[in-house]
Design a protein around this ligand. Structure first.
Ligand code: GLP
Length: 241
């Protein structure tokens, strides 16, 4: 794993955006795996700014997001469909039909997940997968477990994730208890992986991801086995190194 030190959140965001834009400039029809959460917002804003200056185009890019809450419709503000449109897609030149997020509005978990796996496989898996990391080491919504997950599947969210993500809802009671997420095996199919992390609340998870044993108790630790995994983290997130 290659670890790149950033000074702070803004520096992390610019470095991540540089890596993503280099990928798209070198291969305009890149398949990007994208992430939600607070962490990538700065990188998306930087990419939007460069796009508006004419430095990078997403016209031929296609994207596959990691995950979505089960039970939220695409136009509900807390859904990851909505988030991606608001934070990124509506401000760049990507074709809406080229953007993909698991269909949380489909109550048939098996069908929704199988369809998403089919789409990601047909696209040939991401050239570059962007990842945030949960406080407990989760990637996508792959929570700590006794085994690594494989394809897209429905998960029960842990109390710690519900609590952490409740800041984006009116109350913890409104946070959906389940989500559809790409599996760890699917995430590992990406040709390269870029993990971003900022803040002291991520320090333990970042340390365990990079230096701890490879174990499903910290799902992100499997990235140690990926041949092209880069971590861009700020000083606070790297404070345990
Ligand atoms: C959610 C998402 C993850 C994200 C994590 C961390 O659980 N499913 O993809 O990495 O939150 O989010 P944040 O960046 O807001 O800390």
């Amino acid at each position: 794993m290659r670890i790149i030190h950033a000074k702070n959140y803004d520096d992390m965001s610019r470095k991540a955006a540089n890596i993503i834009s280099a990928q798209v400039i070198l291969k305009p029809d890149s398949v990007l795996g994208l992430a939600t959460g607070t962490t990538p917002i700065g990188a998306y804003q930087q990419l939007i700014a460069w796009h508006q200056k004419g430095d990078v185009s997403f016209a031929e890019v296609s994207t596959y997001n990691l995950d979505e809450y089960r039970g939220l419709k695409h136009d509900e503000p807390q859904s990851y469909h909505y988030f991606m449109n608001e934070q990124f897609f509506s401000s760049i030149d990507i074709k809406p039909a080229h953007t993909h997020v698991p269909d949380g509005s489909n109550p048939d978990a098996e069908a929704a997940c199988a369809e998403y796996d089919r789409l990601v496989e047909a696209a040939g898996y991401p050239d570059l997968q962007l990842l945030g990391i949960g406080n407990n080491g989760h990637i996508g919504f792959n929570e700590p477990d006794s085994v690594f997950s494989k394809g897209t599947h429905c998960v029960d969210l842990t109390e710690s994730t519900i609590e952490a993500n409740s800041r984006l809802f009116n109350s913890p009671d409104e946070v959906p208890r389940q989500a559809y997420t790409m599996g760890v095996q699917t995430i590992m199919q990406a040709r390269s992986i870029l993990v971003i992390a900022s803040g002291s609340n991520k320090a333990q998870a970042v340390f365990d991801m990079c230096k701890g044993p490879v174990t499903p108790a910290c799902p992100a630790s499997i990235l140690q086995l990926h041949p092209h995994a880069i971590v861009v983290a700020d000083e606070d997130a790297l404070s345990l190194f």
